[in-house]
Design a protein around this ligand. Structure first.
Ligand SMILES: Nc1ncnc2c1ncn2[C@@H]1O[C@H](COP(=O)(O)OP(=O)(O)OP(=O)(O)O)[C@@H](O)[C@H]1O
Length: 265
């Protein structure tokens, strides 16, 4: 059984109607309704990292929010671990596009947020510390988010997400807004962390290179209403390098082309 099973998923955002509905005016095209996801069928396996690409506004974030239980599908079902998703769960942790750290809490407190249920203070402390160290933030435990760089904030957020030991990690544009070098470093850290922890991880990204360097598989969505354009297993050896791997480089050009850019930059 797949870890995540998505069957016939359709999402329509319902807007204000300007005209009464008629027989020839199906719901998905009426009024200001927006058909975002159109009959998506996908399965994600336990422990794999899948990167989801697609043009802006095609519904990538919507898909993640539905899998995380923040939004309900209009039609179809999403199951995680064999159970139908009916709302957010502690086992599916969402890392947002922009820092979701609580500004009034220190790094230590933010990382410990999901561990409040642990009564044994020593155990709790060692779990927080272990995850702070995993993202190389030791020494910054008592800093507040505004005292950290953008990259450090993302690392703290990652530590907070992983500390609760979720079954599923969902990341929406995890590197957006980071400078180039921090982006590269964070990407490497996420890949290393995934190699080590093997959590099922879904990453939405605009960045084709990120998807090809990180993913065990990629899913490419078409423009809205989104349907699946490509599902591709990335069995290229790691660490991946476009210059040294002509197959990877060729696939990169194909995906650029698929997304409307006829030349890879
Ligand atoms: N709550 C909402 N109500 C109405 N429409 C929405 C809502 N959320 C998203 N949409 C619409 O759904 C479409 C898909 O949005 P979504 O954010 O999922 O796309 P995306 O592929 O993640 O975009 P981007 O890559 O630009 O972040 C957009 O047209 C957006 O306007």
């Amino acid at each position: 059984m797949s870890h995540i099973q998505i069957d016939n998923l359709t999402k329509i955002y319902v807007g204000r109607r300007t005209q009464p509905r008629t027989m020839h005016d199906p719901e998905e095209h009426s009024g200001d309704n927006v058909l975002v996801l159109n009959n998506i069928n996908l399965a994600f396996e336990e422990g794999e990292m899948v990167c989801i690409l697609g043009p802006s506004g095609c519904g990538k974030s919507t898909l993640l929010r539905i899998i995380a239980g923040f939004e309900a599908p209009t039609y179809g079902t999403v199951k995680v671990g064999g159970r139908k998703v009916r709302g957010p769960s502690d086992q599916s942790i969402f890392v947002f596009q922009h820092s979701g750290l609580y500004p009034w809490m220190t790094v230590y407190e933010n990382v410990g947020l999901g561990l409040r249920h642990i009564d044994d203070e020593e155990d709790k402390h060692s779990r927080i510390q272990e995850h702070v160290e995993m993202v190389e933030l030791e020494g910054f435990e008592h800093y507040y988010p505004h005292q950290l760089s953008g990259g450090m904030q993302r690392r703290a957020e990652l530590a907070r997400a992983i500390a609760v030991n979720p079954d599923l990690l969902i990341m929406d544009e995890p590197f957006s807004g980071l400078d180039f070098l921090t982006h590269m470093k964070m990407r490497e850290e996420v890949v290393n962390m995934h190699e080590f922890l093997r959590k099922t991880t879904l990453v939405v990204t605009h960045d084709i290179d990120d998807a090809l360097i990180m993913g065990d598989r990629i899913v490419v969505l078409s423009g809205r209403p989104s349907a699946i354009k490509l599902v591709h297993v990335l069995d290229f050896p790691r660490p991946r390098n476009f210059e040294k791997d002509p197959g990877l480089s060729r696939l990169r050009s194909e995906i650029f082309l698929m997304l409307g850019v006829p030349y890879a930059v």
